[in-house]
Design a protein around this ligand. Sequence first.
Ligand SMILES: Cc1cc2nc3c(=O)[nH]c(=O)nc-3n(C[C@H](O)[C@H](O)[C@H](O)COP(=O)(O)O)c2cc1C
Length: 324
Amino acid sequence: MKIGIVLGSTRPGRVGDQVARWVHERAVDRMDAEFTLIDLRDHPLPHLEEPPGFSGSYRDERTRDWAATVAACDGFVFVTPEYHHSLPGVLKNAMDHVHVEWNGKAAGFVSYGGAGGARSVEQLRLVCGALQLADVAPQVTLPLATEFENRTVFKPGAHQLAALDLVLDHVVAWSTALSALRCGDAEAGVRERLDAIVAGLRNKDLEALRHSYAPDVVSFDVEPPLQHVGVDAKLKNWAKVFTIFEKVDYELRDLTVAVSGNLAVGHGFGRVSGTLKDGTGTDGMWVRATFVLRHTGDGWVIVHDQASVPFDLATGRGMTELTP
Ligand SMILES: Cc1cc2nc3c(=O)[nH]c(=O)nc-3n(C[C@H](O)[C@H](O)[C@H](O)COP(=O)(O)O)c2cc1C
């Protein structure tokens, strides 16, 4: 699970950065999820200028960047002040900009302000409901008078850590439980993704293939080196195939898929065949193929794959003639 800690104030002189840091520092010690700090100052958005609709495709590059940030998370902790009994406009604007990227995830709250930010969270819960973000009941409320020195330097009471842990426990548990909802028919989604790879190879379409891999994919491909790290390295391998083959065919046989939460494993036998640049036809060789996929806002993407042939122990040679 990846949980985004969203800092809802961008105000010059804000105290919210101290609170968000406190949340993040406590969270990163946990083993049950990965936590990332999302500062809205890093995502300057215009006042909503996207056309209405909740399609997940956006006109403005800033929105696309924001959508990718939200999509990459399975749940959120909103760190929010209270402005005039409500949440900051900048936070509401950021929430309004995207829609499907919030759906089916969990939300927890750490609020601060004159009255601890409690009224801000009450309104934020209503917004979450409209975005299909499941709000957890526990929350941390931090009054300026008791938890901040001079109402500006954050000095939380020790008991606040227990309250924060409870929020994090709930956000992680709900995010995990909701992942099954977000994955939909998981096996069909995984098979669809692998079919898209087959189609991308047959069409020699590197850009289509790019969508099937996580940016940080680690590939144990048949070719050296031992590992290919990152989507560009992976695509370089396919580009090499495209320069050798005039016409590419790719078969994936005996594919078995197992899914748990937002992770899936597939294995089968793969073969690249076709016509070489000089017009010679080749049947290629069958390799054992294993795929590990993660469900993200872009659907299932490959985070790891592995292709291999067995080798003869006595000679050390790869056995490339085997067929499934
Ligand atoms: C425009 C504005 C309105 C505010 N309204 C409230 C309010 O209605 N209730 C409250 O408890 N605090 C209110 N406050 C106090 C803020 O919660 C407090 O200043 C907090 O530090 C703001 O967060 P920030 O410094 O991270 O921006 C308001 C502050 C501002 C700037």
